[in-house]
Every structure is written in C-alpha cells, then in structure tokens.
Write a protein that binds this ligand. Sequence first.
Ligand code: T1G
Ligand code: NAD
Length: 691
Amino acid sequence: MTAVRYELIDNIALLTIQNPPVNAASHAVRAALLNGLEKAEREAKAAVILGDGRTFVAGADINEFGKPPMAPILPDACNRIEASSLPVIAALHGTALGGGLELALSAHYRVAVPDTKVGLPEVTLGIMPGAGGTQRLPRLTGAEAALKIITTGRPISADEALKLSILDKIENGNPREIGLQYAQAILNDGKGPRPISAMPSPTTIDFDSWHAAALAKGKGQIAAATAVRAVQTACELPFFDGLKRERELFSNLMASPQRQGLIHAFFAERAVSKLPELEGVASRDIKQIGVIGGGTMGAGIATASLLSGFQVVLVERDENAAQKARSTVEKMLDGAVQRGKLSPETHAKITQDAFTTASDYTAISTADMIIEAVFENMGVKRDVFAALDKTAKPGAVLASNTSYLDINEIASSTKRPKDVIGLHFFSPAHVMKLLEIVVADATAPDVTATGFALAKRLRKVAVRAGVCDGFIGNRILAHYRMAVDNMVLDGASPYQVDRALTDFGMAMGPYAVSDLAGLDIGWATRKRKAPNRDPRERVPSFADRLCELGRFGRKTGRGYYIYPNQKEDPEVLQIISEERADQGITPRDFTDDEIQRRFMAAMVNEAARVVEDGIARRPLDVDVTMLFGYGFPRWRGGPMKWADMQGLDTVLHNIHTFAQDDDWFWQPAPLLEKLVTQGRTFDDLNKKAAL
Ligand code: T1G
Ligand code: NAD
C-alpha cells in the first residue's frame, strides 16, 4: 500500500493518506504527500488532502522521536504545501492532532465533518508544535485562543474550531465527498491559494504572565511555558524567522528528559493491556454488575459502573446500610451532573432503572459479574465468597477489591476458583484511572479478559498483577513508606518529607496521602503483619501513637496534619521527638535531595523485586501503576523509566550507601544487581517482553 493514494477526479487531485491506524505523518507519508502534490501541480487545478480509515492525521509519528530526522521533515513539507500554486484543501474527520493539524493549517482551506476534533497536544508529550503550529495558529485565532489550545494540549470540537476560524466549513458526509465539493466551490469562485504565512502577525499580549502561569501549572514541566515563548515570536517576528525560532525551541524540548518520560508513558499506557495469553480469548458478556458492600469503595465502584452504562445491584448488610449506600451513590452521581459529565435526565434514568440496592444476596443472582468490597478481613471475605458461590449464576465473574489479601485463598472458599479474580480499584473509584487486575492461580483466561474488557468500558487503565501482599502498587507503597518513616525517625519531619517529594513531582506527599486514606488502614495492616515481622525491621511507632489518640487523618480532622486547611501540627513533631528519645536516636538533618534519593531508591528496589517475582509483567507495568494510582509525575515516565534515566548503577550505588546504616532494609534487589552487571536497563526488559 502506498502511503498516499493519488486520484484525479475531473480537475481535482485527491491525496488520501493511508498509514493505519491513525495516519501518523511518518517519513513515508511526508515523502508521498509531496510527490502527490507535485503530480497534482502538473495535472490538476486544486488538491484535497484527506485521511483514509478512521481519522485524518493524529500527528507526527511518535516512533520517529529521538531518531535522526529524515527529509522531508514535517515543517518543510508543510511549507511546501502552503507554497503550492494550487489551492490546497484539507478535508478532516476523526482527529487532526499535532502535526496533523499543522498539516491542515498549511493547506489553504479547511473543511471538516461535524464530529471532528482538532488540537495541538504536543505539550502532553513534553514537546510543542514543531511544524508551524505556533506561528500559523495564532495568525488565524489570535494569540490568546492559540495559547489556550497549545498550552493545555486539549483538543477542541469542530464547532469551536469553526468559531475560531481554524475551520472554514463544517459539512455532513465523508471527507472525500466534502473535500471534493469544497474544492469545486473554490474553483467555481475563482479562489486561489490563501497561505496563512502571508496573513498579518497577531496582536501581542502579556506573554510574561502566560509564561509564568504555564510554569506554575507545569509543576516542573517546561513544555507549555516554552510554547508560550514560541507563540510570542509569532507576534514579534516575520513568519519565517518565527518558524526558525519555533524549530530551535522544539529541538530543545525534543532533547529533554521530560519528553523521554512522557513518550514512555504514552506507549506504556497502551502496552499494559496487551497480554499475549489473552490473544484470541473472548471476554464474558457483562450487562449487570453486583457490588457487595457499599462503603467508600463499593459506592465508588457502583457509581463508575453506572456512569459507564451497566446495570448495578448493590448489596449491603442490612436495609439501613443499603439505603445509606444508595444515597452515597446518588450524591456521587450528583457530582457528575455538577461537573457536566452526566445530564440530569440520565441521572434520573440511571437511579430509577439501572440501580438497585438490597440487603439479601439473592438480589445478585442475575449479575454477570460480582465485585466484593466489604471490610478488609479474610474471614469476612471468605464468608462472602462462600455465600456468593451459592447464589451467583453459573459463569458469573466473582471479583474481590481487596487491597492486600490473598486472592488464591479467597478463591478457595468457592467451588469455582476459575471464576475468581482480583479487581483492585483505587479511591475514589469513579475518578481514579487505575485498575489492578489480579490474576490468581486458577483464574480462567476469559475471566482475565473480562477484567480488561471491563476496564475499557469504565475508561480505566488496567494493569495485570500477580498475587502477593499488596500486589504491584501497595507492595511498593509499603516499602517506600518504610523508607520515609525511617527518615522521620532519624530526624526529618513528615512535613519536610512531603514537601521534598511534591517538589520532586509527586501529586501528594506520603504523609498527606496517609491522612487522606485514613491512618487506621495502615494501623490495621501493621497489626496484621506484626506476628511475622522480621526482628531486624525498624519499627517506628509514631503512626500507632497518632491512631491511639484517635487521629485517623482527614476524616477525624487530625492526622499528621490538622484539617480542613492541612496545617502542620507541633504536637505531631513532639510525638516523633519523644519516640526518637525513647529509641536513643540523635536526630540528624536531611537535605531534600537525600529524601528524594532514598524515597526513589526504595521504590525502584522493591519494584525490581516485584518484576523479578513476576507480580508485574514488565517494568513498564510498574510505571503505569505508579503513574495512574499513586500520583507519580507522568513527565518522569514512572519509577523504572526514572531509574533508567538516572543510570541503574547510580541507583544501586545509592542503595549500597544507604545500606551502611541499615543493611536489612537496603538489600539490593537481585534483578537490579544483575542489570547493572550486564549493563542493561529496565527498558531492555520491556522490549524483550514486547509483543
Ligand atoms: N504516532 C505513532 N503512533 C501513534 C500515534 C502517533 N502520533 N498516535 C497513536 N498511535 C498509535 C498508538 O500507539 C496505538 O498503537 C494506535 O496508534 C492507536 O492509538 C511536529 C511533534 C489519535 C486520539 O499526541 O492521542 O505531531 O498500541 O490506542 O484511543 O508538532 O492515539 O495499537 O500499537 O491511542 O483511538 C501529536 C497521540 C504528536 C496524538 C487515538 N499527536 N495519539 O486514540 O487509539 S507530536 C498526538 C492520540 C507532533 C508536530 C509534533 C490517540 C488518538 P497500538 P490509541 P485511540
Ligand atoms: P468501608 O468500611 O468503607 O466499606 C465496607 C462496607 O462493606 C461497609 O459499608 C459494610 O457495611 C459492608 N459490609 C461488610 N460486610 C458485609 C457483608 N457481609 N455483606 C455486605 N456488605 C458488607 O471499606 P472500604 O474502604 O470501602 O474498603 C472495602 C474493600 O476495598 C476493602 O477490602 C479494602 O481493602 C478495599 N480497598 C479500599 C481502598 C480505600 O482506599 N478505602 C482502596 C482500594 C481497595
């Protein structure tokens, strides 16, 4: 298949880009487009550029990033198209994003079908438009509207694009028909080329304020702020000088580690759901979901399921609890209405027709999938699964939302362990994007496939995890929590730790996270694990002391912080310093850099063990888990990508240094040692496991 199909219809040349799945503007596409254009210039009076299949052009080909550019590069191709002697029309459908929109902007006229979306999402990949987008777009829309599009990266609708003059016309039909019609109309009207580069520069605005705001919002990310400066040149320099400046700024971003992190995140997010063992395995059909337990998680899971069009039956312990759960779910749906995610009519319809609550397990006898979200206690869970075994229909998927417990043991309390799986949602379950799909020893492949299909319907990112205490995410969390608690014992304050780690880019510090989750959760886990604790483990007790004082975090108004304003609390520091005195520890100072290095070394070390144990399939599965469930900064790519970029030898060296004070906690993961010895990276393991 040629990358661009050429057809001459009367005197109009149709250049149809064919590069599935999203018609990315690869080298082959760029070269073929220019060949097609030259041919058109010899034999046609107008040229129409359009995309084959589901979309126009979704952008530059991301697979080419980081490789030497191959001529014709996209900005040159765009300039050549714009300089054509023929009127060039872009006929859009699907998404015209990034280089795709830039290509359309180099055409002289743009027509689109109504549900087209256009945008410049480059900043979400750590770069900025690099094929004239920062120069052409503001000439059409004005600087402010262009900055909104470029700095947020959010696509806009065809209607909005028409209002902003990005589109000239919206037409029903397919891109071929609407492109041909529009081209004919342009020829009939005697119109010629209309290059944006010849349009006047936009009026200047207060770019310094935009730059400062983009830096502040980026929390360490530089792409949007850099793009502001590029748009500024559109106001201040002649077009081709502005293009040159755009290229320089673009190249700087292309060389940045942030770009590497974000591109890794882009591909990793898509790679997690591709499991070789599920190829060709059909998922089970799910229409009705049963939820057992309507507390924090059960209500969130019910809400997420309702919002995605499932029927939901929620079972609680008694009628009162069932009513309470109903009102929690209704409030969450109200929130969705307020945020414009749900219409009031659909809300009413969902609550009346799609949602039932009950206090009797017989209510779930028609459910295709049942998700248990009762208390985190093995005895309670075993009882629930034994009861489900009696009531659930044959073939129903039986899932547990447990955070830590052994899914194999839960499965063994039924006569159908093949149907049992872990579906670990994150709180709030109707908001958080991560779903860990915990595959137990007996789980049938079509049950796993159903878990992934469910995630897709719920618009969540699903990662396959194996069975162990805490699966991927909570197991790693438990380990880096130990590292930060030890630092606090040795002299850091929880507030310094939180600040150092939010400065690193974490969405929240670990102590603020504990307060949000509830300190009682960690307390219960520590009690559960106490009998099997290794005697060499350092055991800080300040967290237990806070719980004994009834300080469970946000829900009680006090935890590490005082709420509602999350103020620091001298009483907490006093409790910690008393404990240091009891343990005979002389507190020492920690720099923010040391806090960050210890935190990351602990995270990466445990993550390496998680991969080695087969709990996560590949390092990238860990990355996606931490990005979508634990507030790890996307622009750092995830902990494993971060470690690769630091150099695994540096991370291992840090671990050896920290082991000088505590060689039990800081035992290097064998996988990490092996990779360092072999001079390999985590990403090498990703590639080896790639499909
Ligand atoms: N290049 C290469 N592959 C791409 C791609 C791209 N731009 N976009 C998507 N894919 C692959 C993706 O990896 C997946 O592959 C398959 O297509 C389907 O994608 C000079 C520098 C278009 C909204 O940022 O936002 O232009 O996993 O599963 O949900 O200024 O893909 O099947 O092997 O996501 O229907 C700017 C990125 C680039 C758009 C479709 N463009 N793509 O979503 O399918 S930078 C973007 C998306 C640039 C210029 C610059 C989405 C989508 P596989 P999918 P989807
Ligand atoms: P919760 O205490 O808020 O809710 C539990 C609910 O289960 C209560 O409403 C209780 O009445 C109900 N329940 C108890 N036994 C029942 C039974 N036999 N039949 C029906 N209902 C019963 O707890 P939660 O925070 O929602 O946690 C539920 C599960 O989700 C736990 O396994 C927990 O580990 C897991 N989880 C929690 C979080 C979180 O952040 N809270 C995150 C992920 C997973």
